[in-house]
Design a protein around this ligand. Structure first.
Ligand code: WQD
Length: 340
């Protein structure tokens, strides 16, 4: 049986490796394209084929697409630190916009016409209403969100003009790890809440700064829509299968991926203390610039168009699967600390 092949650009990253697992376990031949600047070689799953590619080096992309026929591409390689994007915007334009163009241009040169794009809830900015649906205005309030909005618009035009079918998936807050424990790579110097809470639990950091306790929410801390990374990965598989049915005419969609439930910073920290049994001290500090009080998705379109149904919507499961990874590192961390 001829396997359908896909390329996962950024497939050695946290979300990318979960996406690669979803495609591999569904029977696809999976090619991982990554420059390992952020991802880890250890995250490259068994049963996949690794290619060292840099989205800012078009010849490295052409070397792949010119020799390997793939049915479609999932593109996740990007810089994603909201605060950093406001300090080095030109680097974000290059990585997130020009990099995306380079992938699409190489696909076009070699006749690959199906594209799944890792976009973000950050395209919406501060919500005018909740839950946020895809009709909500796109008013990003940070440069990272702008690069995702700009790329989505470019992708949409390429769909109309050069016939590349695409689905942009707007992630809300991706957390958790695969239940089989196959993916174990952690992010170094994370900006996001849950990885920082886990670092605090194993002693890598001594407390968690809570960015603002005066929001208009139940406990005053920020509320976000946390979605299990395995559910997010499954959405990419469904999106690719949908896009592959659009070969006669290019189809273009942008779809939200969230669990449609909110959890506050304090709720995450309280549940993490219960699950890990660790203190996880906190310190109340000023708000982070641009942080909205609440971000919750409507994912009805992804459910209707892709048939996507998030399965792991319990925040405790998301935290437990994360703790399974970090607790393994605790002894190694203390061992190294005692040596220094
Ligand atoms: C969550 C909550 C913080 C850290 C994320 C990604 C971004 C994009 C959108 C994908 C907020 C609070 C955090 C800390 C805290 N995702 N917090 N102390 O800001 O919703 O953005 O989703 O494209 O790339 O970053 O996620 O985890 O940074 O913050 O109090 O040390 O936790 O204020 O309320 P965010 P986050």
């Amino acid at each position: 049986m001829i396997l359908q092949s896909v390329a996962i650009v950024g497939g050695a990253g946290y979300i990318g490796s979960h996406v690669a697992k979803a495609f591999r376990d569904d029977g696809f031949e999976v090619h991982i394209l990554d420059n390992l600047s952020a991802g880890a070689k250890g995250n490259v799953l068994s049963g996949t084929i690794f290619h060292h590619c840099d989205i800012l080096v078009p010849s490295s992309l052409d070397r792949f697409f010119g020799t390997q026929k793939v049915a479609g591409v999932v593109h996740l390689a990007a810089r994603k630190a909201v605060g950093e994007s406001m300090n080095i915007p030109l680097v974000y334009t290059e990585a997130n916009v020009i990099g995306t163009h380079n992938v699409l241009a190489s696909m076009y040169r070699y006749g690959c016409k199906h594209f799944i794009y890792s976009s973000s809830a950050a395209v919406y900015g501060t919500p005018d209403y909740l839950p946020i649906d895809e009709d909500h205005p796109l008013n990003p309030d940070n440069y990272y969100g702008y690069t995702k909005k700009c790329s989505e618009e470019m992708i949409s035009w390429y769909g109309k003009l050069v016939g590349i079918s695409s689905i942009s998936l707007r992630y809300f807050n991706a957390v958790g790890y695969d239940h089989a424990g196959e993916i174990r790579g952690i992010e170094s110097n994370p900006n996001n809440l849950l990885p920082r809470v886990m670092e605090c639990a194993i002693g890598v950091r001594d407390h968690i700064d809570v960015f603002g306790v005066d929001f208009d929410t139940e406990d005053g801390t920020g509320v976000r829509d946390y979605v299990h990374v395995s559910d997010l990965a499954n959405a990419h598989l469904l999106a690719m299968k949908y896009a592959l049915t659009c070969s006669e005419k290019a189809c273009t969609h942008s779809l939200n991926l969230g669990s449609e439930k909110g959890a506050s910073v304090y709720e995450i920290i309280k549940a993490s203390r219960e699950i890990t049994g660790r203190k996880i001290p906190t310190k109340e500090v000023v708000r982070r610039p641009g942080d909205p009080a609440t971000l919750i998705a409507s994912s009805q379109q992804a459910m209707e168009i892709l048939g996507w149904t998030p399965k792991h919507t319990d925040i405790r499961d998301m935290i437990e699967t994360t703790w399974e990874i970090y607790k393994e590192l605790e002894s190694a961390y203390y061992a190294s600390k005692n040596r220094t």
